[in-house]
Unconditional design. Structure first.
Length: 521
């Protein structure tokens, strides 16, 4: 028996095993469907059941038994948020990883999800965020401190290829995975930012050595909970002691980062839940359902489009010209010829031999209804992000582009709110980067303590607003604020997507060229 034959035998055995398993599960499935179709009543408490059925009800009652399987709803219980869980959505790393896997499959292989993700990232990041360090006090020493802090920030951004590269990657992955994880490490006198995959942030197998190390570094009178890879006070997931990262799932390659060396932005969960939840969680079934409908519509339309002609009234004996003679068809057991078809100029010709023929819905009046249902499903998906119709369906006929991007529009507000969350996270990141540079001695010559630096400097981050504004009016307002001393030149430049340093260099180069040209003349 050669290798190919062995492979066929193995595949056949696996197929038979799968068919057997499916046949055994079918009665259970039928039972569940039948049960879900019966009306159910949710009891308010165990006492209600005892009153209804008498004192004989002594066994523990499972709440899930009294909930309709169609609703998939479960009662809200006190343990849903215990230990950083997000019940009933997820109560373990494996459940959370399943939702990430679904989201990643959509983000990589589904055109609707790819389009949604691209629009969100492009509007949130757009031309990138601007990062500046400003002095809060006017003095020579503080100005020098500010200049050094700016150099540190620019060095960090450049070495980590941050702007319009790393920041776009982080925003995209956080939407898919539901969280943004960044570890900060010292690297030859500079600071390296490492993007941590969510699966790498995991509970250690044996946390006892880490706990002993933690308690030696700081007094921790409480028990420590390590679920989801985030070390917290047991019973209070908001009191964080650190993060355990197993690189690539290798048990021998791991790091434990204190909060001062780690940035964790969570999406779609409250603060006392340890991990974030993907944006695609509530709409994944809607997206796949719409694509399944579109696929079936395309397949059905393709099949029906290949039918060039249907002969409904011809018979096999009339003039000898029926399709049966072309295809070599034979009489059926009833003496009536079966359906016959022939390819005629790349289209199928079907002879029904006098039988009535009803075309499928894709060729009838219902075709438009399928399109409307598909568009409705796409619009329902877009509601998740307050996204206008054309961004989710590709149909811009019902949209006014100016109105959907005007200030105060739902989509604009949604993007601005998302930008602010990332701005807050990036600001936290840069302060922790500056703290590392401080510990490396970059600010020693100024003689300021770290607490003083925090009060003397301010980090300002701005994103590009998605709103379509009146640029001329915005310029007049900016000039007024600038003249009043409220707005700096750097902030004013960032409002109009300009890099102040680059513009000043360009201006200086232009003046130099003019001077050189004048000398030659």
């Amino acid at each position: 028996m050669n290798e190919q034959t062995t492979s066929w035998v193995t595949q056949e055995q696996e197929l038979r095993a799968e068919i057997e398993v499916r046949s055994r599960l079918q009665p259970l499935r039928d039972h569940l469907v039948e049960t879900a179709s019966r009306p159910q009543q949710v009891r308010e408490s165990l006492d209600d059941l005892r009153l209804a059925h008498g004192p004989a009800v002594s066994r523990p009652i499972d709440f899930y038994e009294t909930v309709s399987l169609e609703s998939w709803a479960t009662p809200d219980v006190a343990t849903n948020r215990k230990d950083g869980h997000y019940g009933p959505v997820f109560r373990s790393e494996s459940e959370l990883s399943l939702y990430r896997g679904i989201a990643r499959a959509l983000a990589d292989g589904d055109e609707t999800a790819v389009g949604v993700l691209g629009n969100l990232v492009h509007y949130v990041v757009h031309t990138g965020f601007t990062y500046t360090v400003n002095a809060m006090v006017k003095s020579v020493s503080v100005d020098l401190l500010r200049d050094e802090a700016r150099r540190c920030v620019e060095e960090f951004l450049a070495q980590n290829e941050w702007e319009l590269d790393f920041e776009e990657e982080l925003v995209k992955d956080s939407i898919i995975d539901g969280e943004m994880l960044i570890a900060l490490e010292q690297d030859a006198g500079s600071v390296k930012a490492r993007h941590v995959e969510p699966a790498w942030l995991t509970q250690p197998i044996d946390p006892r050595p880490l706990e002993e190390q933690l308690r030696r570094q700081r007094p921790i009178p409480h028990a420590i909970d390590w679920r989801y890879g985030v070390a917290t006070r047991r019973g209070d997931a908001t009191e964080i002691y650190g993060y355990f990262v197993s690189w690539n799932g290798d048990g021998n390659e791991w790091n434990f980062y204190p909060p001062s060396r780690f940035v964790h932005l969570k999406r779609n969960v409250p603060r006392h839940v340890k991990r974030g939840l993907t944006d695609f969680y509530p709409v994944s079934s809607r997206i796949t359902g719409a694509n399944e409908l579109l696929s079936r519509m395309g397949t059905g339309a393709g099949i029906q489009a290949s039918i060039a002609l249907i002969i409904k009234n011809a018979t096999s004996g009339v003039g000898g010209g029926s399709i049966e003679s072309l295809t070599g068809g034979s009489q059926s057991s009833s003496g009536r010829p079966p359906f016959a078809s022939s390819n005629w100029r790349n289209g199928e010709v079907i002879d029904t031999f006098g039988r009535e023929f009803q075309a499928g819905p894709m060729a009838g009046q219902q075709a438009a209804n399928f399109v409307q249902i598909l568009q409705a499903m796409r619009r329902a998906t877009g509601v998740r992000w307050s996204m206008p119709e054309h961004m989710i369906s590709g149909d811009a006929s019902n949209n006014n582009y100016a109105s959907i991007l005007e200030a105060g529009a739902p989509f604009t507000r949604s993007i601005e709110a998302a930008q602010q969350k990332y701005i807050t996270a990036f600001e936290t990141l840069l302060w922790r980067v500056l703290r590392i540079y401080f510990e490396l001695g970059r600010f020693n010559r100024f003689g300021f303590a770290w607490r003083q630096i925090r009060t003397l400097l301010a980090i300002a981050i701005e994103g590009t607003s998605p709103a379509v504004n009146d640029k001329e009016k915005e310029l007049r307002v900016a000039q007024t604020l600038r003249a009043a001393g409220v707005m700096s030149r750097r902030t004013m430049a960032s409002r109009f997507d300009l890099d102040l340093d680059e513009e000043q260099r360009n201006d200086a180069n232009e003046e130099q060229r003019k001077a050189e040209s004048g000398e030659r003349t």
